[in-house]
Design a protein around this ligand. Structure first.
Ligand code: NAD
Length: 254
């Protein structure tokens, strides 16, 4: 099949679906200027991932925060949603997407207008005190003095996203398991499928009977194992073409 035929088939599946869940990773935000962790241009090629462990954070909070500020806050604060984020928000508005589960912490799905977004790894938008757990909005923090401290108790503030080795809160894992179970189509976009336990979500959806449509520039851990339709390419290009087909009645999909 040509890619155009694959996109047409995907559009038909999404139109016929009663519950479609989108699962995204760092790749969807690459076209917004945010590099992924791995692969070409990946963050960990030039930075030390140990800054994102709780052990290092507690021992060297200033050093850890300097890397976190550079990698996440300087870059992500100014990033804007791209065509793929907007296409997904558009599909939700039109009733073709029920929810988004994202591994990303950048908030770009919400910025694009998506309403039902499960942030599996948390968000950069909030910080939380590691002593008293007081939550603070990131925009209220002056990042010129590091580490930022809690206005309530003076403890160190940590970004409200999970560090390596931290446990994902049960509430979010339960919600996402439910979404995987309900889905009859899951669109998996821009994820290598190498970060557990998040990477297990598409496998759970497949076991529960979902059709897996994957969008990625490269094959991933899912492609050979569970993907039903693989759409190779940049997320914006593929998603905007798919939306055009879904909303264009001349394609005979309505
Ligand atoms: P990853 O870095 O392991 O893999 C990125 C994937 O995106 C790869 O499979 C790559 O082929 C694909 N890709 C690259 N450019 C693409 C494009 N234009 N269109 C479609 N696909 C593209 O990312 P991951 O699987 O999400 O796992 C890494 C972890 O990194 C996640 O837990 C996530 O929380 C975190 N992370 C988040 C951000 C962010 O919030 N934007 C950025 C970096 C890392």
């Amino acid at each position: 099949m040509t890619q155009n035929e694959d996109i047409t088939a995907s559009a038909a599946l999404i139109k016929a679906s009663t519950y479609t869940v989108v699962f995204t990773g760092a790749g969807i935000s690459v076209e917004s200027g945010i590099p992924p962790f791995r692969g070409h241009g990946g963050i960990w090629r030039h930075n030390d991932p140990s800054c994102l462990t709780m052990r290092y954070f507690r021992q060297q909070p200033k050093k850890s925060w300097e890397t976190i500020r550079k990698l996440f806050y300087d870059l992500i604060a100014t990033a804007q949603p791209n065509g793929a984020h907007r296409a997904i928000a558009d599909l939700e508005k039109r009733g073709h997407v029920n929810s988004v589960i994202t591994q990303n912490i950048d908030g770009l799905h919400q910025k694009a207008g998506s309403q039902t977004v499960y942030e599996y790894h948390g968000t950069i938008k909030k910080l939380v005190c590691i002593e008293c757990f007081h939550p603070v909005e990131s925009h209220s923090i002056d990042f010129s003095a590091l580490p930022p401290v809690c206005p309530e108790c003076g403890g160190i503030l940590k970004p409200d996203f999970v560090f390596f080795g931290e446990t994902i809160p049960k509430k979010i894992t339960d919600l996402c398991s439910g979404e995987a179970h309900y889905a009859d189509v899951m669109i998996v976009i821009g994820t290598s499928g190498s970060v557990k336990p998040a990477s297990m979500i598409p496998f759970a959806a497949k076991r529960a009977g979902a059709t897996i449509i994957e969008v990625n520039t490269e094959p991933s851990a899912y492609t050979r194992q569970i993907t039903d339709i693989f759409l190779k390419g940049g997320a914006t290009n593929v998603l905007t073409r798919m939306v055009d087909m879904i909303i264009d009645n001349r394609q005979g999909l309505s």
